[in-house]
Ligand binder design. Structure first.
Ligand code: FMN
Length: 374
């Protein structure tokens, strides 16, 4: 027991220099990551889905979601006719008590679904069913045969959140222009040279500090970290050492010796805050995404808009890191409304920056069969 405690303390020192120690050999090479995503174990014969339907829903499920809860389900009505639902067992009441982020994530799922369906030659007829964020049935979708709208689905497969090793240089004008596109009413770029940028850095650190010491939020986070490879394999959702970008020996140590209780300890909370301090110090700036209002329809549209942006950045070597804590903590949220002078509700705060090398996706996904309700 004592030995483990000493080792844990050692981890703190190791984790501080993650990259420095990442190359040291000698730890179990059979356990360098816990990445399970391929849907090869999905047993296609056990669902009524056609190959096209399966392919579309698998790609939809590669959408981002807060803590990677994957809060969607799909009610199968008949072939090519589904109801996209909101799975209340995946809610995050500690950081998202109004299910705002849940609906944004479902919006991202719908965007992937639409791109994947279009590429296979289906138009999506969406009908909004939900009148509030808690409604179980969110959107009805019918896929209608149409001319294919060619979309490179590799963009969906390769999209990922990147949190480390950003270059500090500001985004090129042409890149900003293409990221914003026709969405200038809702997408706002704040370069790291603008006076709002250091404010966002500081408030992000502050909000993370508040949240790390708010036990309900921290306990909830602990429920969604899959430290061990067994848990990653069993749940196929949540955050892993790889997706949190804790690699090398510190990652191995966490996978093998850490559990939920450790997340509540001061050392883990402080480590997380230190990581945020490092992250905000390196970026090209921030993108804020606003919405017309807070209705379910507007939140879904905003989730879709965010995903379209996310899908377009990899080819430009631009990383995106959603950092939503300012919006999740009432005190910082209140200040943001006053400081930014943006009249529309702010729904996303995204850190952005150029990368030298773009890492492959590593976050877990549940198999299609497990979120399909027949
Ligand atoms: C609504 C929403 C909020 C998020 N908030 C955060 C956040 O505060 N911090 C963070 O590191 N990642 C955040 N993320 C990113 C998710 O953790 C990430 O999408 C998830 O782990 C899956 O990983 P992937 O994007 O690489 O597929 C958020 C994503 C969404 C959609």
């Amino acid at each position: 027991m004592e030995k483990v405690r000493i080792d844990r303390r050692k981890f703190i020192a190791l984790a501080a220099g993650t990259t420095a120690v990442a190359g040291i050999a000698g730890y179990s090479l059979s356990d360098t990551e816990n990445y399970i995503r391929s849907d090869s174990t999905d047993e296609p014969g056990r669902t009524p889905l056609s190959p096209d339907e399966r392919a579309i829903l698998y790609l939809a499920s590669l959408a981002p979601s807060g803590h990677n809860t994957q809060p969607w389900f799909v009610n199968y009505v008949e072939p090519y006719h589904w109801i996209i639902g909101n799975d209340s067992t995946k809610w995050l009441p500690g950081v998202d008590p109004t299910q705002r982020e849940t609906i944004l994530s479902i919006g991202a799922f719908l965007q992937n679904l639409e791109c994947a369906a279009g590429n296979l030659g289906y138009d999506c007829d969406f009908v909004l069913l939900a009148t509030g964020n808690e409604a179980e049935n969110v959107v009805e979708v019918k896929l209608v045969k149409a001319l294919p709208r060619i979309y490179d689905v590799e963009k969906i497969r390769q999209r990922r959140t990147v949190r480390s090793d950003y270059r500090a240089e500001v985004l090129k004008k042409e890149d900003v222009k293409s990221l914003i596109g026709d969405d200038s009413e809702y997408v706002h770029f704040i370069p790291n040279t603008a006076m709002q940028s250091p404010w966002l850095n500081e408030q992000t650190i502050e909000a993370n500090r508040i949240q790390s010491y708010r036990d309900t939020a921290q306990k909830e986070l602990s429920e969604w970290i899959r430290f061990s490879s067994q848990d990653a394999e069993k749940y196929r959702d949540g955050l892993t050492t790889s997706s949190m970008e804790i690699d090398g020996i510190p990652g191995w140590f966490l996978r093998n010796f850490y559990g939920k209780a450790d997340v509540m300890k001061k050392a883990f909370r402080e480590q997380s805050i230190d990581k945020v301090i490092q992250q905000v110090a390196q970026s090209a700036g921030w993108i804020l995404i606003t919405s017309k209002d807070d209705s379910v329809g507007s939140l879904l549209e905003t989730g879709k808009r965010m995903e379209r942006l996310f899908l377009s950045v990899r080819e430009k070597y631009i990383a995106i890191h959603p950092m939503t804590q300012i919006l999740e903590e009432p005190s910082t949220r209140q200040m943001m409304v006053g400081f930014m002078g943006i009249s529309q509700p702010i729904q996303f705060i995204l850190r952005v920056g150029y990368l030298d090398t773009y890492p492959d996706p590593v976050s877990l996904r549940r198999p299609v069969g497990s979120f399909l309700r027949v």
